[in-house]
Design a binder for this molecule. Structure first.
Ligand code: PMP
Length: 287
């Protein structure tokens, strides 16, 4: 089946979908994105993703390209046209197309908007979660505004590649005081010996992950303690459990940090339980 992409008002065959060479997303990484998970033909937590998209755009003074209701109907249409059962939908909005100039273009230049969707291999993801992944730590080298979900991801991709080259599935950025900030595309968590879930506060240094917020709510409802504070790499290595969260990987257990095995080297009970319960507690919107 051929894939379909939405590009600035048109549904196009994926192979022919393109943006202009002077799109500011392409030339300056002057744009933002969102990724929503699709499970069993349901889009998860759309209002939260739209809230964050609108916030990212506001922070960069880029106009929301369409009314939210129309935006969401296009989102659903792209998922339908691509027959996504389990997978993801990707949204990108840039400041638009204009002759290259660092200054913002005139207000008449409309933001560019693209949406793509695709199936992913749920079975493979579950297999990975059953085994757990390793993480590899790298020095934090990103700008201060990582709370904005900007497409400027060069440090993130370099970190992820370095982790991969070292046999790990994710990189953890570590700030100059030795505290973990977050993963290259995930939020980072540990579970202490007492069973408290710990994740860095979202005030600075991390993206406020939608999955992170969901897990805080779920854990609290389950009667688990959640502490929003920074933790060091050493504390994580000695933790009862470690895991990462993101829309695409949900809850992914971490079983090794810089090749040091976490606990008994198997996915932790709490991480596995939260992963199993995640779908039912999400806000769902049929594709
Ligand atoms: N941090 C970073 C740097 C990310 O790229 C992501 C995934 N987009 C996350 C955290 C997790 O966010 P979410 O749970 O909203 O997918």
């Amino acid at each position: 089946m051929s894939r379909i992409a939405y590009v600035n008002g048109q549904y196009l065959p994926h192979n022919h979908a393109s943006v202009h060479i002077e799109d500011r997303g392409y030339q300056f990484a002057d744009g933002v994105y969102e990724v929503c998970e699709i499970r069993h033909r349901m889009l998860l937590d759309v209002p939260r993703h739209m809230d964050r998209l609108e916030r990212s755009l506001r922070e960069l003074q880029i106009a929301m390209p369409l009314d939210r209701r129309i935006f969401v109907s296009i989102l659903r249409e792209v998922c339908r046209r691509n027959r996504v059962t389990n997978g993801m939908v990707y949204i990108q909005v840039s400041r638009g197309v204009s002759p290259r100039n660092h200054l913002f273009p005139p207000a008449s230049v409309k933001p560019s908007m693209i949406i793509t969707a695709r199936n992913t291999n749920l079975e493979a993801a579950n297999k990975m979660a059953a085994a757990g992944i390793g993480v590899f730590t790298v020095p934090e080298n990103r700008w201060e505004r990582v709370d904005i979900k900007s497409v400027s991801l060069l440090p993130n991709i370099l970190a992820k590649q370095k982790a991969h080259d070292n046999g790990a599935g994710e990189a953890w950025f570590v700030d100059k005081n030795g505290y973990v900030t977050e993963g290259s595309s995930t939020n980072a968590w540990i579970v202490t010996a007492e069973g408290t879930l710990v994740t860095r506060p979202a005030e600075n240094g991390i993206l406020r992950g939608i999955t992170r917020t969901r897990i805080i709510d779920m854990a609290t409802e389950l009667g688990l303690e959640v502490e929003e504070r920074a933790f060091t790499v050493d504390e994580a290595k000695a933790a009862r459990e470690a895991f990462v969260t993101a829309a695409t990987s949900v809850v992914m257990p971490v079983t090794a940090i810089d090749n040091v095995v976490v606990a008994n080297g198997h996915p932790g009970e709490i991480a596995s339980c939260l992963r199993a319960l995640f779908f039912q507690s999400s806000e769902k919107l049929a594709c």
